[in-house]
Design a binder for this molecule. Structure first.
Ligand SMILES: [Zn+2]
Length: 203
């Protein structure tokens, strides 16, 4: 069994968000992808044994959190990067951790996914978080292309309480709005996929 590593306060905060009430209602299927609290707990386990490192976002970075597979990080380690000020009472920041942890979950399973499918699952997980925290509607961040995605994801999350399967019409609606986002649109390519390399567990 791998040995637990000493976690930073920031890594502990991330694990707290992933293993408690914040992910309790996150249980759905998008196509072949299953997202569940057990899988978020598995991400937290990978953090606890040092297989996924949690690092501080450099100051001045615009995004709230990022996930890097080992092949995309200079340390050659799977990395979840979050803001130093992360606090579970800040729902937007915590929701971003849930989004990025969904990508970590995809990486652990070494999934090969169309970009829009990888993002769709992450946005739905994030939207369930907002719904669970009783947001009456999707929060508006001012990034209109992202807000438009969250609006559709929130609509799906709030119409499907409990465990659910995203229906094909909703899958399509979500893929379409994701591909309308300039960041994702720039990668449109019929063969473009997220090829998650997997997460190495230290001995
Ligand atoms: Zn994403």
């Amino acid at each position: 069994m791998p040995t637990p590593v000493k976690l930073s306060p920031l890594a502990k905060q991330v694990c707290y968000i992933l293993t408690g009430g914040d992910t309790a209602y996150c249980n759905f299927r998008f196509g072949a992808q299953q997202v569940s609290q057990a899988k978020f707990q598995d991400v937290a386990w990978h953090i606890s044994v040092g297989a996924i490192q949690v690092t501080e976002m450099p100051s001045g970075t615009e995004t709230a959190a990022e996930y890097y597979p080992c092949t995309a990080h200079p340390d050659k380690k799977a990395t979840l990067q979050v803001k130093a000020s992360l606090n579970q009472a800040d729902h937007i920041a915590a929701s971003n951790v849930i989004h990025e942890a969904t990508h970590a979950m995809q990486d652990i399973q070494r999934l090969i996914l169309a970009q829009e499918d990888a993002e769709a699952a992450a946005f739905v997980a994030q939207a369930i978080y907002f719904h669970y925290h009783r947001f009456p509607e999707a929060p508006v961040t001012g990034d209109s292309a992202s807000d438009a995605i969250m609006e559709v994801a929130f609509d799906i999350a709030s119409a499907n309480v409990g465990g659910f399967i995203v229906d094909p019409a909703d899958e399509e609606r979500l893929r379409k709005i994701i591909l309308a986002h300039p960041h994702y649109r720039s990668n449109i390519d019929p063969v473009f996929k997220y090829r998650f390399p997997g997460v190495a567990i230290p001995p």
